[in-house]
Design a protein around this ligand. Sequence first.
Ligand SMILES: N[C@@H](CCC(=O)N[C@@H](CS)C(=O)NCC(=O)O)C(=O)O
Length: 221
Amino acid sequence: MTSAYQLYFSPGACSRVSIAALEWVGADYALHPILLAQNEQRQPAYLALNPKQQVPLLVTAQGALSETLAIAQYLHQNYPQAALLPAGSPYDTALATSWLAWCSATLHPLIFRVRRADRIHSEAAQHDVIRQVALADLSHQLELVERTLSDGRQWLCAAGCSLADLFVLWCVQRAVQGGCEIDQWPALSEWQARAQAHSAWTRMLQREAQAVAAREAGVLL
Ligand SMILES: N[C@@H](CCC(=O)N[C@@H](CS)C(=O)NCC(=O)O)C(=O)O
């Protein structure tokens, strides 16, 4: 039977947030690996689906949808009972959306500069400067997480855990992999442990690993 949704992802990429969102709401979906390491985002068959040459891409009965923020909004509205975003008031929903937008528009581009300076400047001599400047900005930005959590709250939105926590988690993990220091922030470290233990996150890791293993074994899921 065909699943209701098809999600195109690359292992470890920001598509993790969309997989976690699908898990969170309990959607019926199939995963399709697009390996960025092998440049599969530029293959004609995928370009026909997503000319942006990026993951994630969610294919729905209405059509395809790119952008993590849009996918989050779409699932939130289709599964209101799942509380993917806080829904107590328009302000609560907007606050969670603000965190998601910060990830997409501020943190993710900085992470890209840290990890892929070679795609920002053709001269290798410039790469370390690009990386260091982006790392300093990333560290400055992430301090906001520590300041927000320092009032003792468990999650970024006072209204409760939301997908915003999991998108910021993905950004924090990527920032750390890129060399960003976070040990100086105790509230962030405790929040990170909580967010990593969230069932949507742990199930996402399992589904992602299964889909990669199936692809390696030549099995279509
Ligand atoms: N604004 C997009 C960004 C998507 C994006 O940059 N995805 C990366 C993976 S984390 C990608 O597909 N990159 C393709 C490439 O580097 O060629 C979103 O939030 O979904």
